[in-house]
Write a protein that binds this ligand. Sequence first.
Ligand SMILES: Nc1ncnc2c1ncn2[C@@H]1O[C@H](COP(=O)(O)OP(=O)(O)OP(=O)(O)O)[C@@H](O)[C@H]1O
Length: 228
Amino acid sequence: MKLLAENIAIDRGGRRVFSGLSFDLDAGHALIVTGQNGIGKSSLLRTLAGLVPPTEGTLRLQGGETERSPAEHAHYFGHQSAVKPALTALENLEFWRDFLQPARPQAFSGFPVATDAALEMLGIGHTARLPAAYLSAGQTRRLALARLFVCPRPIWLMDEPTSALDTASEALLLTLMQDHLTHGGMILTATHTPLALRPSRTLHLEAADPADMPSADGEPDSLEEIYG
Ligand SMILES: Nc1ncnc2c1ncn2[C@@H]1O[C@H](COP(=O)(O)OP(=O)(O)OP(=O)(O)O)[C@@H](O)[C@H]1O
């Protein structure tokens, strides 16, 4: 399974954010998207999630379920937690389990986790019957993360995934992300915090020229960066 982005351009609010962006990503690998504020990291993830259509270029998933788009193979874990405050933590998770269609192409061996087990796994089992409105910011993020486990999908699109998480939760998140890669999943994550995922490479977005037209260099700096 391989994700291919070819010559992608994205416009937001009538302005070109970047153009000519190409990269690929194999099953079991992470792509860490870096770059200064406003360069287009979130926009790229939202495009991959099917929320912002690219102005130019193509996105393809080789070896995926043929009748489904790359976005339908992906979980988007963005800045908003997509949690309904009036529902309990468990009800929120049951909603997402029933709403989302799992995607399990051949190269991906992720499996569904039961809703209560997913809450336990994220360390918030004791909040299962609480209205989500009563959860702390970090607990709400953990609840949003639990969604990724009740419905297996190979591509995780994660925008600043460590935000609002304490040190222990960050370590847990890293373990879960690494486990996802081990099962043949892919992770594209925009982050300002270094994440020690293996194997991973960096896609650094930067403004390229005096015309201030951002572009991207997807080449890793070194082999250590990929496999170290
Ligand atoms: N809904 C929108 N409408 C218009 N412009 C937008 C919209 N969302 C983002 N933009 C613009 O697109 C550009 C890229 O924003 P984006 O959020 O992708 O950057 P980012 O690299 O993720 O930034 P940060 O590191 O601050 O999160 C910015 O100039 C931003 O103002």
